[in-house]
Ligand binder design. Sequence first.
Ligand SMILES: CC(=O)SCCNC(=O)CCNC(=O)[C@H](O)C(C)(C)COP(=O)(O)OP(=O)(O)OC[C@H]1O[C@@H](n2cnc3c(N)ncnc32)[C@H](O)[C@@H]1OP(=O)(O)O
Length: 435
Amino acid sequence: MSFDDAPIDPVSAERLVRGGLELRLVDHDDAAARDAWLHADFRGFHESAPSPERLAEVRAHAPRRRITGVYDPAAPLPAEPVATAQSWVAPLTVPGGGTVPLWSIASVTVAPTHRRRGVARAMLEAELRTAAAEGVPLAGLTVSEATIYGRYGFGAATFADVTEIETKRVRWSGPDASGRVRFVGPEQLLPDALRIVDAVRAFQPGAVRYDEVLLGRAIGLYGDDRAALRTVRYDDADGVPQGFACYRLTPTEGDFTKHTVTVQHLLGATDEADAALWRFLLELDLVSTVRAFERPVDEPVNWWIGDLRAARRRRLDRLWLRILDVPAVLEARRYAAATRLVLEVDDPDGFAAGRFLLEAGADGVGHVRSLGDEEASAEASVALPVTELSAIYLGGVSPVTMARAGRITEGTPGAALALERAFAAERTPWLVLEF
Ligand SMILES: CC(=O)SCCNC(=O)CCNC(=O)[C@H](O)C(C)(C)COP(=O)(O)OP(=O)(O)OC[C@H]1O[C@@H](n2cnc3c(N)ncnc32)[C@H](O)[C@@H]1OP(=O)(O)O
C-alpha cells in the first residue's frame, strides 16, 4: 500500500496558516519543486548547496516518499520551503520475527529564519495524526539531537556502538571461517547485499526494510562515496554470499604503516560471515586502527580479538519509536515469558492512552484488551508514559532500569521485573542500516 499521497493534516495546516505559512505535499514527479525542497533540506542540515549534477543524481536515485514542505509566500524565495519533512512506511522486525508497519520520518528541518515558532511541532504532530489516520500503529525516526523528540512521545528503542579497535594488539581468537572474502564491485554486490540484508532483517529485532536505492547508495553504487569505498563479500564454503563489508582507508601523515580503516557497513547473515569479515579488516596490512560505525551492541567481536581492551566502544541511541496503537504493536511481537500485566499508559496526545491488559502464554503469543476506566483488575500493574513504553517495546531498554530511574511506576512490587522478563528479545534490537 502506498501512503505517498496521504492528505495533509488539516489541524496543523490551519495552525500554520494563522502564522502566514502553508503546509503542502510536494509532488515526487515535479523536478523543480523537489529541487527547491532538497535545497531547503540540505541547508537545514548545514550541507553545501547541492550542485545541479547532485540534484539530478539524488532525484534519479531517491525512493518515492511522502514529501511535505512549509512555505512562506512572503519570503524572497517563496518556492523554497522554510521547513521540510518526508515519511514512508516500512516493516520493522519485532521480537519473535514478526513485523509492524513503521511510519518512518526523516529530513525534519526548519529554516533558521523560522525556527522556534512551532513549525516543527506542527509538522511532527501532522505526521503522527496522518500515520494514525492511515492505520499505521507505530512511528519511528533517528535523531540529530536527543532532546527534540521525547516531547512527541518518541523513546530511544535501539542503540548502536561506534567501535574502534587497535589492530596491532589483536591476536585473532575467533572462528576460522571455511569460506572466502573477495573484492567485488558495488554493481555486482547489490543483489547479494539485498538478499543478505533481508536475511538479517528476518531474525534481527529493530531492523527496518531498506530499499534498493538506499542500499545502492550505502554500498557506493552512487553518491559521494563511490570512489573511496572498497567493497568485499564473504562467500561460504558452498560459494553462497553470506556477508559484505564496505570500508575506506585514510593514511596517517608521516607513518605509512598506520592507516585507519573506517567501516561503513559490515553485515553477515551468519556469525561465521561476521567473523570472516572482521578478521579480514583487522588483519589488513599497513593499518593501525579499525573504526566501525553503527555496530550492534551485542556483537561477539570483543571475544574474537584476544585482548578485550584493544576495542573501545561508544554507544549512541539509534531508532526512536512512538507507539500510536498499543494493542496492535503489543500483539505483533512475541513474549519471552508468560505474563498477565496491566499497563497504564499516559499519552498527552491521546493516541496510546489507556489501561491495557497484556496476557501472554508460554507459546509467546500476546493478547491485549483495553480495560474500561472503571474496570477493576487484580493483575500486577505498571504505569508509564508512551515514551517509555515505546523505548522498552523491542526489548532493548530495561523496564527495571526505567523503574529505578523513576520513569516507570510499579503499581505492584516486582511488576517491572515481570515486564522485563516478558519483553526480553532473542537478540538486542539493532536498526542494522540507518535511515
Ligand atoms: C528525524 C529527523 O529528521 S532529525 C533532524 C532534526 N533536524 C535538525 O536537527 C536540523 C536543524 N534543526 C532544525 O531544523 C530545527 O531547529 C528543529 C527542526 C530541530 C526545530 O524546529 P523549530 O520549528 O524551531 O521547533 P519548534 O518551534 O516547533 O519547537 C517545538 C519544541 O521543540 C523544542 N526544540 C526545538 N528545537 C530544539 C532543539 N534543537 N533541542 C531541543 N529542543 C528543541 C522547542 O523548544 C519546542 O519545545 P516546546 O514545544 O516543548 O516548548
